[in-house]
Design a protein around this ligand. Structure first.
Ligand SMILES: N=C(N)NCCC[C@H](NC(=O)CCC(=O)O)C(=O)O
Length: 445
């Protein structure tokens, strides 16, 4: 078996809720304080994982984070027992408590940047957890993300795990949401495209005016250095600041690549032509640039339907398929575009729609929910087998969700210390199902 690309999806955690925490992310703000359904959210995510497994693709599972994050609440001065900490935080700082309750680690596109061994000079597969400094509720993820990744990819001979970048906005890093890889076959040497929103150390450069640019040029460069990429293998391109201001808070909301296909909106990149030229000059394979113009699909429709936050996957027969959210089927314009696309002369031959609405309401589409990892057969053999989806694991995880998850969380529920107990009980059991050991702070104390 040659090198394959696996998708590692984040399991939605038991405290999934809508707290309106992400300025610049239109859906998160629009759905703030809505009632969430963690059970349905987790089952929707599992259904997508199972469907990709059924299509013959390798599908992995990444465990969610421990929430509420009591350690962080204690670090900022709340004291006493865990339930006293929650009570004080609910009274004195409800927004901070909500941040410490966020199940945002479900969006594993933001968990890390991954470089396959075919691209790195030391022929190892590299992982750098994203520091996610731009949003407080996400900045508390990288430590446990690193624990989870080391428990899943636990073999020093094949996998190289780096510490996340310095926790400062100058090195703001959002992981694979701003990184895509172009290649001939997955096992070939590829071109890694790093998209950034602004420069941190150069003044007077273009940047958005309204919403934050979460990823800096310097962070992208640091990751490429750590992952031992040759300059021939890396392309750095600035995201168009105007689209960040229209709600494109990550590049994966407006562009996605798979093998030799780059599917993107004409307004995605700041210097589009220079970028295309550089990719063409560095690639030793033909790249299909599937460029969508504004008349075909507006930026607003792209943000509302997540047309570009789709997964493009290569099926076992070699054809590509788009894994899209239902929102794309429900928008007549976008649906018409997709119907046309699959008839064109590109490798993309089909579209499959999935209901991931619980995640979409927080700005997370199918592509946000997955971290791509290209693996040789030897590397795949070294992955923790309990984290690879199959019929039995799907059955175990759906029963686990049914047993532990609530079907309704309101803002008031965050005051309930029972939610912490339920969450820890569930996660403790999950670490046994996935055989990942003690990755959570509550398991170490
Ligand atoms: N595009 C990618 N790859 N990921 C989407 C991440 C969505 C996430 N939403 C949130 O964190 C909202 C949480 C809340 O408001 O409750 C974010 O903004 O970081």
């Amino acid at each position: 078996m040659s090198t394959i690309e696996a998708n590692f999806d984040g399991l939605v955690g038991p405290t999934h809720n809508y707290a309106g925490l992400s300025e610049g992310n239109v859906a998160s703000l629009n759905n703030a304080k809505d009632i969430s359904n963690p059970k349905q959210a987790a089952l929707q995510g599992l259904a997508k994982m199972k469907a990709l497994h059924d299509l013959g693709l390798v599908q992995g599972v990444l465990a969610p984070q421990e929430r509420p994050d009591i350690e962080t609440l204690k670090r900022i001065g709340f004291t006493g027992s865990d339930s006293q900490v929650i009570e004080q935080a609910y009274q004195q700082a409800p927004s901070i408590l909500a941040s410490c309750y966020s199940a945002s680690s479900m969006w594993t596109a933001n968990a890390a940047t991954v470089t396959p061994s075919a691209d790195s000079l030391d022929n190892k597969l590299h992982f750098t957890p994203a520091n996610l400094t731009n949003k407080f509720h996400r900045s508390i993820e990288p430590q446990v993300t690193g624990n989870v990744l080391r428990a899943v990819f636990n073999d020093e001979q094949h996998f190289s795990h780096h510490l996340h970048l310095p926790e400062n906005e100058h090195f703001g890093d959002e992981g694979a949401a701003n990184h895509t890889r172009l290649c001939g076959a997955h096992g070939d040497n590829g071109i890694e495209v790093f998209t950034f929103g602004r420069y941190a150390f150069k003044k007077g450069m273009p940047e958005p005016k309204k919403f934050p640019a979460r990823q800096t040029f310097e962070a992208s460069q640091a990751v490429a250095r750590m992952h031992q990429l040759d300059s021939q293998n890396a392309v750095f391109v600035q995201q168009n600041p105007d689209v960040i201001d229209q709600g494109v808070f990550h590049n994966d909301v407006i562009a996605v690549g798979n093998q030799n296909v780059l599917f993107y909106h004409e307004q995605a990149f700041l210097n589009e032509q220079a970028f295309i030229n550089e990719v063409q000059q560095k690639a030793d394979f033909d790249v299909h640039f599937v460029r969508v113009n504004n008349e075909q699909v507006s930026v607003q429709d792209a943000v509302q339907t997540y047309l570009f936050n789709t997964q493009i996957v290569t099926m076992p027969n070699g054809e590509m398929s788009i894994i899209a959210p239902m929102h794309c089927a429900n928008n007549s314009n976008v649906k018409a575009y997709l119907d046309e696309l699959v008839t064109q002369n590109t490798p993309i031959k089909s579209v499959k729609f999935f209901d991931v609405n619980e995640s979409m309401k927080n700005g997370g589409g199918p592509a946000c929910l997955r971290l791509r990892v290209a693996l040789t057969q030897a590397e795949l053999n070294a992955v923790n087998p309990q984290c690879i989806m199959n019929d039995a694991l799907y059955g175990q995880l759906t029963s686990w969700v049914e047993k532990h998850y609530r079907d309704r969380i309101t803002n008031q529920c965050l005051a309930d210390p029972q939610l912490l107990i339920e969450s820890r009980t569930a996660l403790d059991e999950l670490t046994q199902i996935l055989n990942i050991g003690s990755v959570y702070p509550f398991q170490k104390s």
